[in-house]
Design a protein around this ligand. Sequence first.
Ligand code: SF4
Length: 658
Amino acid sequence: MDVRYPLASSPIRVGGVELRNRITRTAHGTGYTRGGLVTERLIAYHEARARGGVGSVFLETCGVHETSPGPLHAFRDEVVSGLAELAERLHRHDTKVFAQLWHGGTQALRRDGSPAWSASALPDPIYGRVAQAMTKAMIDEVVAGFADGARRCLEAGLDGVEVHGAHTYLVSSFLSPMTNLRDDEYGGPLENRVRFAQEVLRAIRDACGSGLVVGIRLVATEGVAGGIEPPEAARTRELLEDEGLVDFVDVSMGGYHNFGKLIGAMHEPLGYELPTSVQVTRAARVPTVVTGRIATLAQAEEILASGAADLVSMVRALLADPELVAKSLAGREAEVRPCIACNEACVGRRFATGAATRETGCTVNPDAGREHRLPALERAVPPRFVLVAGAGPAGLEAARTAALRGHRVALHEAQDAPGGLVRRARAAPHRHDLGVICDWLWDELERHGVERRLGSRVDRELVRREAPDAVVVATGSLPRRDGIQRLRPALRVEGLDLPSVVTPVEVLAGDAPAPRRAVVFDDLGNYQAAGAAELLLERGADVVYATSFAELTPDLFRSFQRDALAARLHAHPGFRLVPRASVERVTEESVTLRSLDSGVAEEVEADLLVLMTGFEPQTSLADELRADGVEVHVAGDAVAPLLLPHAIESGRAAGALV
Ligand code: SF4
């Protein structure tokens, strides 16, 4: 019998351990640990992916020293029992477990306010706080910490450890010519800069012998002038291999100086890290791991066939669908829920400020991170007839969930295509993949026998006629046109009824007049206005981008999209950013802005104002149906116009309730 994906599914020996296949998950933060220890939630999260066929997993960063505790405390004996339980549970599925031993360097802000430890006394690229250059005694202490941490992993029955030598953290701060300014035996030429990594790896080997597979994570490039580049990274690998210090090398890219490359969002092509990673992996003598927007098993198979690496890491793809490997191997690829590389609910939550949660989730998979308390979706007894109004992401997910539970489901959409506002948002440059989840859900509905009706607006009459047992109202939201601004809510903007005032949705739908010069006003700070601005620039218009925020789209920082967007917009000569502004008046020829800082007004020549001041939930259908005594469940923007994770999650909840 032909084996699907023969390379991806083939076993490989790494050090003294055999992995059942070539698909792995490299480390990522979850927010599921507590007090530095393993929780049932963390185990259940990884176990779901082990059950789904992944051959090995790397746990999130394990701090090796109290100056950088991290989510898992490898510097404390108490960590061992939880790690042992986790390893035992994953081993039941023949999935091997690696820990990532780590010191955060400048990123490890100290709770007591004392300085972070790093190779040199340089500021952290994100926080700006200057670190303390480590003394020899400090170096020896941390090296011993790595060895102790590895010993605890061995004691817990883990299969291996990886030293985190990438992404600006401590080991990387020594390796990089950009952040290592030392003039002692740890600084200067590469042979000196690699010394700290060598001492760490030697100490781990000495502590654990052949009982533990040992590897290192490196970056092929830091993606910033003066930083690590592939030839030096390849030479680092060689030096470590020469001494037999590593059983594998895990290669990625980026760091905190070039944040966007760390976890490439949908603007990056699939496999965007490979061109640089392969320059490090190509001549390796030990097995290598690559990563970076690897979305399908077919793509992984191609990478393996090309010889770029021996193992392929799929982090976000397996967050979106834990069963990706098993489904693909069984020929059920179409059923794999796709990661859309939005970075919104996974890493976007980890970096959110002022958010209720810093815990990893997934925009397209509301169950991600909840595996510990998930009952199987309950079968509906008896099945009912559920009518869903609206084929945006919330309605699509509600219809799918209800169908999975055994209900008879009919989905009606007033427009001639599914997707709701996502359909418009994906029309912006570099945003197409946002809608891939709607495409998938639409196809899922067909697979699950849902009746799909386009061009069918649900009203009281239709509901009376169809007589469903329950209605899910997912009628979405529309952009507000009242001009109410978050920092000047009492301000009334003059001229809003002019035909030259439009919303980004109209621009992206092709329903707005083509401007010569537009003002785009952004009061939300994510992609809603920026997508329209980029489209207008690409079509040759000049754009003055006014925003109430102090910088361009601050909410895109956490999803690793801000810097790339800023670079693209500023590359257009006709682009100008006006931060900290309110909009006051519109005429057919101009828009008057007022600085929120100086109070000075500026009249900008413009023949179009694209106004983005939020969205208004569309609730009238729900109100009418309730008045008629219909069982109504509201989902998505019709509840509150938030971002895509909320829409899909509330659709899931509605579908589970009906
Ligand atoms: Fe992928 Fe977005 Fe889910 Fe992250 S939140 S795993 S990027 S779909």
